[in-house]
Design a protein around this ligand. Structure first.
Ligand SMILES: [Zn+2]
Length: 364
């Protein structure tokens, strides 16, 4: 029999949780280099330095990751002395900073620790880096080792721009419908079975606590609700992701993300909408395709009340853009792993039908 490994996220969460750094990192070395976003590093720097003060851990440099998660930026970082000499990489910031940190660490065979400063996606603890081209369009997925440990300081998350949390909620809404849909035809063995089951814990907390969490993020309050939603976005979806992506199976994303990846080629929409915002409309497409009208209505009502898109025009996408979106979507990981009954025509129909049914919510 062959063998395989599963790496699950370890994490610390709450106000002041960076205090765990010396204890958690002690088996991995002493010299750490921070690779992160500019704003993220400015917000986390004092807490990081405070946390390691008096310990054996030394942060040798704080380096900007380059602004996008691209091979070009990652390869530049790989060449830097401070990065090469470090025992460990601390990736600080949002998804792109964490993805870049994971890529660099993987390339240099160093352990990576992540410090998400916003609740926007599960990049902090997944074994995937989303790689973009230098023109910001989606390039491909790279599969690094995941972070050894993720530190989520809720005071720092509460101080982040609320829009990212808002979009992060939209993105996390995709986990359950995509994992369920993409695995529907297969007889699941232990690991993906666990992952798909856990995906059922992703949607409800978002619908239940999402609004209060967003209000609290706007008020910079590290509340219980904000912590629940942040854990959902970063940890729950991350655990599912690591369980449902294996060497010969992939149930981590499906049509919602195929739509997102396809939409990155639409000039008129490019750069105007956040990843999770676009994905949350992709979720509606996914639910149309899966024939789940009740869930569609539940999510569409939530999206509408939450300012997330319910139709194409909310994303500055027109009917004329759909053929090129579908064309690009077909050249994605999601499409390569799609269930057998997914066809181009039905995907296109599902986009139009989601738009049509979604518009009835827009008019409410
Ligand atoms: Zn996503």
């Amino acid at each position: 029999m062959s063998h395989y490994k599963v790496l699950l996220p370890n994490y610390s969460v709450g106000s002041g949780c960076y205090e765990d750094i010396p204890e958690i990192t002690k088996y991995y070395g002493k010299r750490a280099v921070v690779i992160g976003g500019k704003t993220a590093m400015s917000k986390a720097k004092a807490a990081l330095l405070d946390a390691i003060n008096g310990s054996d851990v030394k942060i040798t440099d704080f380096i900007w990751f380059g602004g996008d998660s691209s091979y070009e930026n990652g390869d530049k970082l790989k060449e830097m002395q401070a990065v090469q000499k470090a025992d460990m990489i601390f990736a600080v910031g949002g998804g792109r900073a964490c993805d870049t940190g994971k890529y660099v660490a993987d390339q240099l065979s160093k352990p990576v620790f992540t410090f998400p400063t916003l609740g926007s996606n599960c990049a902090a603890c997944t074994a995937i880096s989303v790689i973009y081209n230098s023109d910001h369009s989606f390039k491909e997925y790279y599969y690094p080792e995941p972070a050894v440990h993720t530190f989520i300081d809720m005071d720092i998350v509460a101080d982040s721009p609320a829009d990212y949390l808002w979009a992060g909620i939209g993105d996390a809404l995709s986990k359950e419908p995509e994992a369920v849909f993409s695995s529907k035809d297969d007889d699941l063995f232990h690991t993906p079975l666990l992952g798909v089951q856990l995906s059922h814990s992703c949607t409800k907390p978002l619908l239940r606590y999402g609004k209060k969490a967003l209000e609290d993020c706007r008020a910079k309050k590290a509340s219980f609700e904000l912590e629940q939603v942040t854990l959902d976005i970063i940890i729950s979806t991350g655990i599912v992701s690591n369980l449902v992506s294996g060497e010969d199976y992939y149930y981590n994303s499906s049509l919602a993300h195929a739509f997102y990846n396809g939409s990155t080629v639409v000039e008129n929409s490019k750069g105007k909408h956040l990843h999770g915002e676009i994905v949350s409309f992709g979720v509606l497409i996914q639910l149309v395709y899966a024939g789940k009208p009740d869930q569609f209505d539940e999510i569409a009502a939530f999206n509408h009340s939450f300012g997330l898109p319910v139709c194409l025009s909310d994303l500055d996408i027109t009917a004329e853009d759909i053929p090129q979106i579908v064309e690009r979507a077909k050249d994605t990981e999601e499409w390569r792993h799609k269930p057998a009954d997914v066809t181009t025509e039905k995907f296109m129909d599902a986009i139009f039908n989601a738009d049509k049914r979604g518009k009835t919510f827009a008019e409410l």
